[in-house]
Design a protein around this ligand. Structure first.
Ligand code: GLA
Length: 739
């Protein structure tokens, strides 16, 4: 990894182990141009790629066509309103009501390490682990400074980028758009990949050709959302899982975002990502600064899988924090699908007693333990234990669970307020609302106005008192409605456009306090399932609940889309009861276990009520988790086949970093008559080493011979059909030692 500036050529070159990223300064006006992003290159002079020798020329050579120049030059980061008619990344409105902003290079700094971003989640790295480039640009007319930040890492191919805007003018200025990164490049027949979904159907992969015009995804829901995801990639048409050019951008942010590719008249592309400008207007007083969140950029010459593994490693080593970052997580049992709101101390203890005997390590008490909440219509905001249900109090319950040798975890939804709550009756103005307008309820609740410090402090005091009152070792932080009716009684009228972003910053502040004050608590984020599964939340919690859909078949697609960009260690996955509560499907308990094994692993069922043969299988699943979790959590992930694509079977693999073992999960969703065995290629192992199957008894029909890594990758193995639908198997390859 390195960052160099060639003073003669006026070119910056950022290198990771396998990629290069080049930026150039051109003309007397110091325009900053994007030159190249891709495979690692030698230090050649690539300035010609900016086409400044071609018409329309740089303004110093021909100011007659200044607008045409601005409209075609590959900008490194763009202003707006002055002649570049492509969508820009920075827009302002002055107190006089004018728009128009440009940025030109002033100076730069290159240094070891990486600065933290004020109040925001961001990748981290020490001096020696990473290097940072800061480019200071300015709009000299507005006296606005723009700092572009880039970091490269010595152990990862990602490049992180962010932007800071500082007002050096004499008046306030309104920022109406501050995206975090853009990349201008020629289109080479790219296809765009985005993630889409809905409740219980999160992160389905969609791929379509990049077309003339603008295409992308965005959220205006106050969170990243079930519906879209703050990620996009573009790949060459021939790129596959394991080969070809793939570029990705992923936003370390949990609020409104936009991710867009614009294909222009000249067949050049502008990819951009940042805070959604819709409903965004930030007043920047003189000498104040605004820090935009961080974007992770990835280039992979090794297909989608290369991008996947770069992101997994970056998040495991440079984003996720805390005690559990590199640790096996306790196997939990959550009572949500077991009891919903119908539980009391005795019921929870009954579950815990059974669960502890089976090897389950933690009981999580879900929604319904506080205020007078017996359904979802009430009590959010009243974080006081309901002792009619939790008889004997919380400490008694937790102590009893601890006596069984189990940990205890609790569910919270701190950002919300029910109209039927003591809190709302005392402070109706603490809900986000437009004064005078009837607010839109969702799940019969409003969102608390966390932009106000007194609201944040009150909620934090309440939840931290609960956490201090007993030996609580896990928190599930939920968020069950999206924002609407945007208005705050705490902000002046010219700052109402700041609410969405301030709310995201407030959630970050609360979770930062929680993780600092309770460093031993394992935090799992959640939002109506997986609506806030994003890199921003991952900075605070090492795991996130993936989806409310726990059906093993539905989960295949959900977990495929999630695992494309997130490490398996982050993916909340549980075994639940059948018929499944979301789709009514009945799948073998064994298969549910294999599918949940790809994530954090746990149970979401009433262990006292499930069939005896299922219960008997739990100790085996527990043992399987303990056996494979280090590999699953830390290994390299390869997607082998996609049920979402072939509607028939699913297959993925995790290979240990030292390539000494690999775990392949195969799920035959549907059986078909007259089918011979299916060929599966197993990539990622060391080509010259020899491997054997370590669990041959699990699938005796598979040929138990010695395989080289090369054979497994290029020739593969034959997978025999399994009898029935929804059947699954694990194949564990281990290196044959002493060869
Ligand atoms: C959300 C979560 C569920 C559960 C319920 C409780 O939907 O995703 O797991 O906690 O809330 O209300």
């Amino acid at each position: 990894m390195d960052i160099i500036y060639n003073e003669k050529r006026r070119i910056f070159k950022l290198d990771t182990a396998h990629t290069s990223y080049c930026i150039g300064i051109v003309d007397e006006e110091n325009f900053l141009g994007h030159i190249y992003y891709g495979r690692k290159l030698a230090n050649d002079d690539l300035a010609y790629l900016m086409r400044t020798e071609e018409a329309p020329f740089v303004p110093s050579r021909n100011n007659r066509d200044r607008a045409s120049f601005l409209d075609s030059f590959p900008m490194e980061y763009t202003g707006s309103g002055l002649g570049d008619y492509r969508e820009g990344t920075l827009s302002v409105r002055t107190v006089g009501g004018h728009t128009g902003v440009s940025l030109n290079y002033v100076s730069h700094k290159i240094y070891e390490g990486k600065p933290a971003l004020d109040g925001l989640p961001a990748a981290y790295g020490t001096e020696g682990e990473c290097k940072t480039l800061e480019i200071l640009c300015e709009d000299s007319f507005l006296k606005l400074q723009i700092i572009l930040l880039y970091t490269v890492f010595n152990d990862n191919d990602a490049i992180t980028r962010s932007v800071k805007v500082i007002n050096k003018g004499k008046d306030a200025v309104y920022l109406t758009k501050v995206l975090s990164a853009s990349i201008d490049m020629d289109n080479e027949g790219y296809e765009m990949i985005t993630l889409h979904g809905s409740w219980a159907r999160e992160r389905a992969i969609q791929c379509s050709p990049v077309m003339k015009g603008k295409q992308g995804v965005s959220s205006n829901r106050g969170e990243s959302g079930h519906q879209v995801h703050p990620f996009m990639a573009w790949k060459s048409r021939t790129a596959t899982q394991e080969s070809g050019d793939v570029y990705g951008m992923h936003f370390i942010y949990s609020g409104n975002f936009m991710a867009q590719i614009e294909l222009t008249q000249f067949d050049s592309m502008r990819a951009m990502m940042g805070i959604n400008p819709e409903n965004f207007c930030w007043k920047l007083e003189k000498n104040e600064s605004f820090q935009a969140p961080e974007v992770v950029c990835v280039y992979s010459a090794d297909g989608i899988g290369g991008m996947t593994r770069t992101l997994h490693d970056l998040y495991r080593k440079h984003l996720i924090r805390g005690e559990y970052r590199d640790k096996k997580r306790p196997i939990l049992i959550n009572n949500w699908e077991a009891t919903y709101f119908e539980f009391d101390t005795e019921k929870l203890l009954e579950i815990a007693r059974q669960a502890s005997k089976l090897g389950i390590e933690m009981l999580v008490m879900d929604d319904g333990w506080f205020g007078h909440r017996s359904d979802d219509n009430t009590s959010l905001g009243d974080w006081i234990v309901n002792e009619d249900k939790i008889k004997g109090g919380l400490k008694y319950l937790v102590d009893e669970v601890n006596k069984l040798g189990m940990k205890f975890g609790i569910w919270l939804e701190p950002e919300m307020i029910s109209p039927d709550s003591e809190l709302y009756r005392a402070h109706p103005d603490w809900a986000i609302a437009i004064p005078g307008r009837t607010g839109s309820l969702s799940r019969n609740q409003y969102v608390l106005d966390l932009t106000r410090k007194e609201v944040r402090d009150h909620i934090y005091d309440m939840i931290s008192a609960v956490l201090r009152s007993a030996n609580i070792e896990y928190v599930k932080w939920d968020m069950n409605r999206q924002l609407s009716d945007i208005g705050s009684y705490g902000l002046p009228e010219d700052r109402q456009g700041e609410i969405f972003h301030r709310q995201a910053l407030a959630v970050y502040e609360l979770q930062e306090r929680l993780t600092k004050d309770f460093p031993h608590i394992l935090l799992e984020n959640c939002s109506g399932g997986g609506a806030r599964f994003d890199p921003g939340m991952l900075y605070y919690s090492p795991q996130i609940w993936c989806s409310d859909d726990t059906d093993a078949v539905e989960r295949l697609a959900i977990q495929e889309g999630t695992a494309m960009i997130y490490p398996l260690s982050a993916m909340g996955a549980h075994v639940s009861d059948c018929p499944n509560h979301t789709v009514g499907r009945v799948t073998p308990f064994e298969t549910r276990g294999y599918v949940a094994l790809a994530g954090t692993f746990g149970y979401e069922l009433d262990v006292t009520k499930i069939p005896e043969e299922d219960r008997k299988m739990i100790p085996e699943q527990v043992a399987m988790y303990h056996k494979y979790n280090d590999l699953v959590r830390e290994g390299d992930y390869y997607r082998i086949a996609s049920y979402a694509e072939n509607h028939f079977y699913d297959c993925y693999e995790v290979v240990s970093k030292d390539k000494a073992e690999a775990l392949v999960t195969y799920v035959q969703v549907l059986n078909r008559p007259n089918y011979h065995s299916r060929r599966i290629r197993i990539p990622g192992l060391a080509p010259e080493r020899t491997y054997v199957i370590a669990n041959p008894g699990d699938w005796p029909e598979i040929k138990q011979i010695e395989y080289t890594g090369e054979t497994l990758h290029y020739a593969g193995i034959n997978i025999p059909p399994l009898w029935g639908d929804f059947r699954a198997r694990l194949i564990h390859f281990v290196e044959k030692k002493g060869m």
